[in-house]
Design a protein around this ligand. Structure first.
Ligand SMILES: Cc1cc2nc3c(=O)[nH]c(=O)nc-3n(C[C@H](O)[C@H](O)[C@H](O)COP(=O)(O)OP(=O)(O)OC[C@H]3O[C@@H](n4cnc5c(N)ncnc54)[C@H](O)[C@@H]3O)c2cc1C
Length: 442
């Protein structure tokens, strides 16, 4: 690709960034995709890595591998720390050197979201959130370790605390995690432990909201709650965690002893708004125009979880479909501009629906007026998720694993591996607005 063609820099190789890069496949441009990890991550299945159904390699694909055949595209491993709009450049640091500037003609920011502890960052040490593969493996270690320790524990109080799991946040991630832990205990671990009685395990799911799966209709929310009840999950609605420490949590004034507290409550956008120094919504997401560009900067686009766009009177949700459709739109718009074509119509999100799994063979599905719960919804969930995995080898491997787990109860990866990156407790947590979770998927 000659140096004289325009350069499109995409920051983030998640759903939005990858869709943008693919849309630029045939564009006479130099496309540069920068990500701080070397892989695209299928976040909707992270909970299955955290509960040992799938291995990390089944839901992550090297970005280089996905875009390898796209001749106009270069993948750069590095962390962006700022944008200099006057000089049209982003600042990128990599493992062994200080930040270097990379210039752009067009810029797409698709840097996603991070955890929000609603101003209680001190909880992060004791209640890890689920956002990356390292998070998922750290949580898997914690859950499996708790069972191993419980098997050897003589003290009844410690034994009980080891078998108590608290999930803070009853959105889709909290519900999926709670039901997956219940299934792990009842279907997989039951026969292998001698001193761990599945009936004595306690899974507590908390939320300040009045119902689980608040983004779904009331009938589906009720169906999910009933299913959770059947699985033995203790649901505490209208209650949040007032305090979390190494011994558990204080919930509505009551201490619940637990060695495993998992934060499934809030996420907040990346600092893209700070880099651009532009108007953001209450959650910190960049307010973009109807063509997803920054006001006054037609060469800068923000897509996915880190963008805020109101349509039909409501902000678009922080879900994969929004990020994919926005990334694709921004890529196509840039293609049209570079090739001298007229601008496309403003971006419109096409809502294909919402789904969440609640244990083995059960899901809830909402798409327009269609509301389904049960096995059929679970089949639809499985088909959609397989379809959106980044590579065909992963589709085959995940499908086979699901069939195997469904039939036998056996999981893909029940290894406790402590060498998988630093402990969450030592990782810094970004300062975020206290009500950030309202607009992005919990
Ligand atoms: C546990 C969990 C479960 C979910 N389940 C569902 C679901 O069932 N259905 C659904 O529709 N949505 C779900 N979501 C939400 C969905 O995953 C997000 O909406 C989607 O990933 C947003 O895409 P994105 O491109 O904006 O960001 P992401 O996919 O998060 O990608 C952001 C990318 O930017 C990179 N990055 C970030 N900062 C920098 C930087 N400074 N420099 C370089 N690179 C950077 C990251 O490494 C990452 O690769 C879930 C999310 C989570 C966390």
């Amino acid at each position: 690709m000659p140096e004289s063609v325009p350069r499109v820099v995409i920051v983030g190789g998640g759903f939005g960034g990858l869709a943008a890069a693919k849309a630029l496949k045939n564009t006479p441009a130099q496309v540069l995709l920068i990500d701080r990890t070397n892989h695209h991550l299928f976040q909707p299945l992270l909970y299955q890595v955290a509960t040992a159904v799938l291995t990390p390699g089944q839901i992550g694909s090297p970005i280089r591998g996905i875009l390898g055949r796209q001749q106009n595209t270069t993948v750069v491993l590095g962390e962006v720390s700022g944008v200099d709009k006057d000089k049209n450049r982003v600042l990128v640091s990599s493992a062994d050197r200080a930040a270097v500037p990379i210039t752009y003609d067009f810029l797409i920011l698709a840097t996603g979201a991070t955890h929000s502890y609603f101003g209680h960052n001190e909880f992060a040490r004791f209640a890890p959130g689920l956002k990356s593969l390292a998070d998922a493996v750290a949580i898997r270690n914690k859950i499996l370790q708790a069972f191993e320790q419980a098997e050897a524990e003589e003290d009844p109080r410690r034994h009980r605390d080891l078998l108590t799991f608290i999930l803070v946040g009853a959105g889709p991630t909290g519900v999926e995690m709670a039901s997956a832990i219940a299934t792990l205990i009842r279907n997989t671990l039951k026969s292998e432990f001698r001193r761990v009685n599945p009936e004595s395990a306690r899974i507590v799911l908390l939320d300040l909201a009045p119902r689980v799966l608040g983004s779904f209709s009331e009938d589906l929310s009720a169906a999910a709650k009933k299913r959770l009840d059947d699985l033995g999950v203790e649901i505490r609605l209208g209650q949040g965690a007032d305090h979390i420490d190494a011994d558990g949590a204080i919930v509505a004034g009551e201490r619940i002893g637990s060695k495993t507290v998992i934060w499934t409550a809030g996420v907040a956008p990346s600092p893209a708004g700070k880099w651009l120094n532009v108007e953001t919504d209450h959650a910190g997401r960049v307010c973009v125009q109807q063509d997803l560009s920054e006001p006054g900067h037609p060469e800068i686009f923000v897509v996915g979880d880190t963008a805020s766009l109101v349509q039909g009177g409501r902000p678009l949700p922080g879900v994969a479909q929004v990020a994919i459709q926005q990334g694709r739109y921004a890529g196509k718009l840039i293609h049209r501009r570079i090739t001298g074509k007229s601008a496309p119509k403003p971006f419109r999100y096409f809502d294909k629906g919402n789904m969440a799994v609640v244990g083995k063979g059960f899901a809830v599905l909402q798409s327009g007026k269609i509301h389904i719960s049960g096995f059929l919804a679970w089949l639809a969930w499985a088909a959609v998720h397989l379809q959106f995995l980044a590579q065909s080898n992963l589709r085959v491997s995940v499908f086979l694993q699901w069939v195997w787990t469904y039939l036998t109860g056996q999981r893909g990866s029940r290894l406790i591996v402590n060498h998988y990156g630093p402990d969450r407790a030592e990782q810094p947590v970004e300062e975020v607005p206290s009500d950030a979770s309202k607009s992005v998927r919990a």
